[in-house]
Design a protein around this ligand. Structure first.
Ligand SMILES: [Fe+2]
Length: 233
């Protein structure tokens, strides 16, 4: 199972505060069945300088490497990039993709997206070597109408939902229905620590299995592979 969204790298963003916490998060993820995990620290173009950001990410990874063991998922370096208007013509945006894939995890503002913003997302996705995946889409539902989601999905934008959306009783039915309808491409724990936002990917998978059986879990596997390695939709 591939957790596509997490903040376990130590002392980098608002995620793990120490190497010890990172190690505990990784071991807990693996215990829950996560074999691969994308490290997706926040990149805010309004505050971060890309060069300095990559140096900081490398520094954080180097801190962690001596403590990596076999009972942890494989780590794929990436980023959670916040939207900005010029993103579709940025040269350096390719460097923010999830390692060895074309996936770019894009965090959108929690506002109603204008048609211009939607078109910028599509222009970015049209670029060679980039497949846009929107991060934690459940956060944006209340701001967008159905037409927006259909427009983006029909034009090939990939959708990531948080594990939490399957776990919370209030949203579980909607999460399962969306999954059944093919509206979710990947799940992310978006774990930040071991307390308030812990690794919870395995719990979401067990809920999928409970509602949809082993076939549901196999579907998730297939969707993960297609999103990671398949052609653009
Ligand atoms: Fe995140």
């Amino acid at each position: 199972m591939f957790d596509i969204h997490s903040h376990f790298l130590p002392k980098l963003d608002d995620g793990s505060k120490s190497v010890e916490e990172s190690v505990t998060m990784l071991k807990e993820s693996y215990r829950q069945g996560v074999t691969d995990i994308a490290a997706t620290p926040h990149f805010y173009p309004s505050v971060h300088n890309p060069k300095q950001w990559f140096v900081a990410r490398d520094h954080s990874v180097r801190r962690l490497i001596p403590y990596l063991t076999e009972d942890m998922p494989d780590i794929w370096l990436g980023a959670e990039v916040h939207y900005y208007d010029g993103i579709y013509r940025s040269e350096e945006i390719l460097d923010f993709r999830i390692e060895d894939t074309e996936l770019l995890l894009l965090e959108m503002p929690e506002t109603k997206w204008t048609s211009r913003m939607q078109d910028i997302i599509l222009k970015l996705n049209d670029r060679k070597g980039i497949k846009v995946m929107l991060a934690h889409i459940e956060r944006y539902f209340r701001f967008q109408d159905t037409d927006t989601w259909n427009y983006l999905r029909e034009n090939g934008i990939l959708m990531q939902v948080s594990a939490e959306y399957f776990i919370r009783l209030m949203s579980r039915r909607k999460a399962i229905n969306m999954f059944k309808n093919g509206e979710i491409d990947m799940i992310g724990s978006d774990c930040h620590n071991m307390e308030s936002r812990p690794p919870n990917f395995g719990t979401a998978v067990s809920i999928i299995e409970k509602h949809l059986g082993r076939g549901g879990v196999r579907t998730l596997h297939c969707r993960e592979k297609r999103a990671l390695y398949g052609p653009k939709k």
